[in-house]
Design a protein around this ligand. Structure first.
Ligand SMILES: Cc1cc2nc3c(=O)[nH]c(=O)nc-3n(C[C@H](O)[C@H](O)[C@H](O)COP(=O)(O)OP(=O)(O)OC[C@H]3O[C@@H](n4cnc5c(N)ncnc54)[C@H](O)[C@@H]3O)c2cc1C
Length: 436
């Protein structure tokens, strides 16, 4: 029977370590065997060990919006599963041992063992039990005293990225959460150090809950404010449920910003009517922040917002501060109300008739359920707003995000490729066709 130290010496990833460190490592390692189909660990879980593969094969799998669960790489004997344990994302390089941050990084893929036998490295995240595999002074050539860009690691990540461009999502940290309603949460997300993020009002990011999936979510914050990036998410299904459960300090995979934006520059000099229904308020809020920040560029600014009940209204504090301003016209309505609700009851399109705007000099932005948008566009066009000055965000359920599957197709348009913001002149004929 071979000793663990001998097995480690035969493994390409650690075989060249000095004997003292091999001895240390063998005291921390153990042999484990996985049955075919078993998972070594799950993406997004606590990255607190790595696996040196001795026999068999391991498939690395990630969940994507574009393709569902996909295998990004297959590993064999002599390779390593569990690079997240070694990666220090704050510097973009790798460390041998857990990151110096407060806790371990999450796994960034889910390895499944068709048939694998591994030797496990350090099984603890505490410093005492974490081997410093190469101390200062004995680092591999070209690396710093405590960092290591290993010969196996770099080709692995680069090859995977070259094969799968959609892997280029970043890990953003949740800095704060805010419950907006019984089913809606705002996540404040901080991009990685050194990354500057900017977006146009109406654009979206894709947010990825590890091991569950990826969904498009609009950026709901102020486009000109520095600091964490806000996304307001309604819990609709598996992915949004996992995102709404994120806590400060945890990470979310982010790609973006994507998509067309509200034409705030083209609207300058005239009236602007902003219409939002339900969870349509978050993508509209970024536009409204812009309009307020550049108040002198517009004539009348009107916000018409509707929700199912008073409890479903998002951002009530902001709404009341906007309602208190003499230079904004804000009207809020709910479908049904009981008790002490003193606001309007009714549907949003009904607010158009009494809203103060000059139709011939108005640009309208709207987002919400499709039935709301159909009736609102009808009311706007009847009032005399030209089709080409009405814009809507079509937040159809995306699936492939590559203009192929047709889930988000409206006539010749794919929301994932051509949207989400469209002019009514372009989209209207196709929306009207759905009414027949
Ligand atoms: C460009 C864009 C921007 C978006 N911005 C936001 C946002 O800021 N905040 C937010 O909460 N949501 C937003 N959404 C909707 C969000 O992406 C979906 O709610 C999410 O994809 C649902 O995924 P899930 O796995 O949680 O639920 P699933 O299980 O996929 O869906 C749950 C239920 O919701 C329905 N559904 C899913 N997506 C949509 C959709 N887009 N429109 C209508 N019904 C849908 C499904 O048919 C199903 O009945 C946006 C969508 C798009 C396309």
């Amino acid at each position: 029977m071979e000793t663990l130290e001998h097995e480690l010496r035969c493994h390409p990833f650690v075989g060249d370590l000095e004997p003292a460190y091999l001895t240390l490592l063998s005291g921390l390692a153990r042999n484990v065997e996985f049955a075919a189909g078993a998972f070594l660990f799950r993406e997004g879980g606590r990255a607190d060990r790595c696996y040196l593969l001795r026999e068999g094969r391991v498939a690395l799998e990630i969940a994507t919006m574009a393709r569902g669960h996909i295998i990004v790489q297959t590993l064999g004997a002599g390779e390593v599963a569990g690079f997240s344990w070694l990666l220090d994302r704050t510097s973009g390089s790798s460390t041998r041992g857990p990151s110096s941050r407060s806790g371990p990084s999450p796994w960034t893929a889910t390895p499944c063992a068709p048939n694998a036998r591994t030797t496990r490295g350090s099984g603890s995240s505490s410093c005492a039990a974490s081997p410093t595999w190469r101390p200062a002074g004995s680092s591999p050539p070209g690396s710093g005293s405590s960092t290591y860009t290993g010969p196996l690691m770099q080709p692995r990540t680069e090859a995977a990225r070259a094969q799968q461009p959609w892997l280029d999502r970043e890990l953003w940290r949740v800095t704060a959460t805010r419950r907006e309603s019984h089913d809606t949460v705002t996540l404040e997300l901080e991009p990685p150090a050194g990354r500057t993020f900017s977006f146009r009002p109406g654009q979206f990011n894709t947010l990825y809950a590890f091991g569950v999936g990826e969904v498009p979510i609009s950026v709901s914050g102020d486009p000109e404010a520095p600091g964490p990036v806000r996304h307001t998410i309604r819990d609709m299904g598996a992915v949004t449920d996992a995102l709404c459960a994120r806590q400060p300090g945890q990470e979310v995979g982010v790609r973006g910003p994507y998509g067309t934006h509200w034409p705030v520059a083209e609207a300058e000099g005239g009236d602007v009517v902003v219409v939002a229904g339900g969870v349509g308020m978050p993508p509209m809020r970024s536009a409204f922040y812009h309009l307020i920040a550049h108040r002198d560029r517009y004539r009348r600014i009107v916000l018409l917002y509707g929700a199912r009940t008073p409890a479903d209204l998002l951002y009530p504090d902001e709404l009341s501060s906007w309602r208190g301003r003499f230079d904004l016209d804000v009207q809020v309505t709910v479908d049904t109300a009981a008790g002490d609700w003193r606001g309007g009851v009714g549907v949003v399109p009904d607010l158009i008739g009494s809203a103060p705007f000059d139709p011939a000099a108005t640009t309208a932005f709207m987002v919400g359920p499709e039935v709301m948008m159909r009736f609102t566009t009808r009311a706007l066009t009847r009032a005399g707003v030209p089709d080409e000055r009405i814009f809507l965000s079509a937040e159809r359920n995306m699936h492939c995000a590559a203009a192929m599957c047709g889930h988000c197709q409206i006539g010749p348009f794919f929301v994932c490729r051509d949207g989400p913001v469209f002019s009514y002149r372009a989209l209207g004929p196709w929306l009207r066709r759905r009414e027949a």
